[in-house]
Design a protein around this ligand. Structure first.
Ligand code: NAD
Ligand code: TYD
Length: 337
């Protein structure tokens, strides 16, 4: 099988490439990635000789069609996206270009050149949020789309296009909507890696609002396993929610990280809340469990230790990131917060 992985130099796409090489060594992996600020070839360094890497933009029709001409992918897994909610609040436009138009270009290429499966890596954020005082409520695949941020609106728009290409053109598509991931190679603008990096540098840990917002955390390899199952065994035209019933308040995550690193709680700093901040995400994964037998394998206690150890043992990976353009970003986002 020729598998085109778009966004394969990012956090989850990079982990997926490693996972596929380990678990499906006879497949051919082609990575198409624009290498935005979030893309990092060092994430793929150890597997570079086993894949084909192409630097390119999924919204660039000519470039995408050329990839299909050259490599005839059987399966396309689309991870490529602008993925950070805070950036989408500051500058929505690139989210629409990459996440919506880029998806449409990929879908067109799939129609023209033919594929056996197009898989869209989506997010639970398309469902909006749940109240903090109703722990009995969960997102199912039937929960209406109800987005909050420009990021989630762009991801939801892409999902609708994917479903339209299934219904209108019969394109063999699947969509997965996963909860928050954590693990190695996570860009340090997101909660867990940012808090690990700041704690290691004895810098303040900026917790938005009161830190009570809840996210449902999944170890990234469990997400990769779920996508592997969906592209091979999932039913065409279907949406699968992915999550492991691991809800945590942000403040508890931050305290866990501090205690694992032996750093003082006095580093915690409460800062102005995110605009439109979603309160709680919580996935009901019954469908993927019942239909495909998926269950998460890494508990949070184990996964967070692996993750913290990874950041301790791979300082050069993240220190290079936070020493560059990231500093301007950090100053802009957190300087006056
Ligand atoms: P990321 O920001 O770490 O990586 C995105 C990758 O896409 C980068 O390598 C970047 O260079 C590439 N990219 C961006 N624009 C591109 C373009 N126009 N053309 C080609 N490549 C481009 O993101 P991530 O956290 O790995 O997320 C991957 C996917 O999973 C996204 O679609 C995201 O919406 C979804 N998702 C993420 C999470 C999470 O917790 N991180 C949870 C659920 C779903
Ligand atoms: P994030 O990792 O950006 O993921 P998402 O917004 O897609 O869920 O943020 C996770 C949670 O952590 C979210 O409730 C916002 C909060 N947060 C902070 O409190 N401080 C921070 O510096 C960041 C980046 C996030």
């Amino acid at each position: 099988m020729n598998i085109l992985v778009t966004g394969g130099a990012g956090f989850i796409g990079g982990n997926f490439v490693h996972y596929m090489i380990n678990n499906h060594p006879s497949d051919t992996i082609i990575v198409l990635d624009k290498l935005t600020y979030a893309g990092n070839l060092e994430t793929l360094e150890s597997v570079m000789s086993q894949i084909t890497f192409i630097k390119g933009d999924i919204a660039d029709r000519k470039a995408v069609y050329q990839v299909f001409e050259d490599y005839s992918p059987d399966i396309v897994v689309n991870f490529a996206a602008e993925s950070h909610v805070d950036r989408s609040i500051e500058n929505p436009e690139v989210f629409l270009t990459t996440n919506i138009l880029g998806t449409q270009v990929l879908l067109d290429a799939c129609r023209i050149y033919g594929i056996t499966r197009y898989h869209q890596v989506s997010t639970d954020e398309v469902y909006g949020d749940l109240p903090l005082d109703r722990p009995d409520l969960f997102f199912t695949e039937q929960t209406p789309i109800h987005t909050s941020s420009p990021y989630s609106a762009s991801k939801a728009s892409a999902d609708l296009l994917v479903q339209a290409y299934y219904r209108t053109y019969g394109l063999p598509v699947t969509i997965s909507r996963c909860s928050n991931n954590y693990g190695p190679y996570h860009f340090p603008e997101k909660l867990i890696p940012l808090m690990i990096a700041n704690a290691l540098n004895d810098k303040p840990l900026p917790v938005y609002g009161e830190g009570k917002n809840i996210r449902d955390w999944l170890y990234v390899e469990d997400h990769c396993k779920a996508i592997d199952l969906i592209i091979h065994k999932g039913n065409v035209g279907e949406v699968y929610n992915i999550g492991g019933h691991n809800e945590r308040a942000n403040i508890d995550i931050v305290k866990t990280i501090l205690s694992l690193l032996g750093k003082p709680q006095s580093l915690i700093t409460y800062v102005t809340d995110r605009k439109g901040h979603d309160l709680r995400y919580a996935i009901d994964p019954t469908k993927i469990h019942n239909e495909l037998g998926w269950l998460p394998e890494t508990t949070f206690d184990v996964g967070i230790r692996i993750t913290v150890d990874w950041y301790l043992n791979n300082r050069s990976w993240w220190e290079r990131i936070i020493s560059g353009e990231y500093q301007d970003y950090y100053e802009k986002m957190y300087g006056n917060r």
